[in-house]
Unconditional design. Structure first.
Length: 244
């Protein structure tokens, strides 16, 4: 998902200088984690069951249960996490507004002092503080004191929905990969499909985050492969032993 950033004089092409960059990274994190969890957890579940039995019905039931339960779990986890973050941000914003209303002169001195600590001369710091105060006093103090903007307060419901959707999309791939092929090749097909999907999500996350793709791809592929091997081994041992 691309973001459009306001033009900044002298900015390098493609380099964001807007505070919404943190919001972009939050959505990226939630989406990538949701998709990866959906792929790995569902694949590990159905491959483990497939290691114990060749019957389609138990594999289907386990896969659907894992998809539904995982999507709900991801949504709840993201909702709780983002709710705590947004509550804290809103409390800080409310506190800053109250301080500005009660003693604007002291807040102006504080703002100037912050810019002076960053290396500006006292005269320049005072002038910058005054000009920013005239433009948007609340935004000036939030950015300088707390490093945030009001636009960065994320909706917990939106984050929960995005995580659940990402998990569901990711979980559908291994579920279809294990169910559609013939029984004798369903596990190898699922292994290949899952590892390719994980490589793509790792590459996509790296590209959207403007980082080199090799390490993220290796991390997610290696982790996914270990999960699949472990669960398939356990399922096969249980199947051979007659425990299931």
């Amino acid at each position: 998902m691309s973001e459009s950033f306001p033009e900044v004089p002298g900015a390098h092409p493609g380099e964001p200088h807007a505070s919404s960059m943190s919001g972009r990274l939050n959505w990226l994190r939630a989406g990538v984690l949701g998709a990866n969890d959906g792929i790995v957890s569902t694949a590990a579940l159905v491959v483990g069951v497939a290691g114990a039995t060749t019957e389609t019905a138990p594999i289907f039931a386990a896969g659907v249960a894992g998809l539904v339960g995982g999507a709900i779990s991801m949504a709840l986890g993201e909702y709780v996490s983002v709710s705590s973050q947004s509550d804290s941000q809103r409390a800080m914003i409310t506190k800053e507004r109250r301080e500005l209303a009660e003693d604007p002169a002291a807040e102006l001195v504080e703002l100037a002092g912050l810019y002076e600590q960053r290396g500006l001369s006292p005269e320049t710091a005072r002038r910058v503080a005054e000009e920013l105060t005239e433009h948007d006093v609340v935004a000036a103090h939030l950015e300088a004191e707390l490093g945030l903007t009001e636009d960065e307060v994320v909706s917990p419901w939106a984050a929960a929905g995005a995580s659940a959707l990402a998990f569901t999309v990711g979980a559908l791939l291994p579920l279809l990969a294990i169910l559609l092929p013939p029984a004798d090749i369903r596990v190898p097909v699922t292994f290949v499909a899952v590892l390719i999907a994980l490589a793509l999500t790792g590459y996509l996350s790296a590209r959207l985050g403007d980082s080199p793709p090799l390490r993220p791809v290796v991390r997610v592929v290696a982790g996914g492969a270990l999960a699949l091997i472990a669960t398939f081994t356990v399922g096969s041992l249980l199947g051979v032993s007659g425990a299931v």
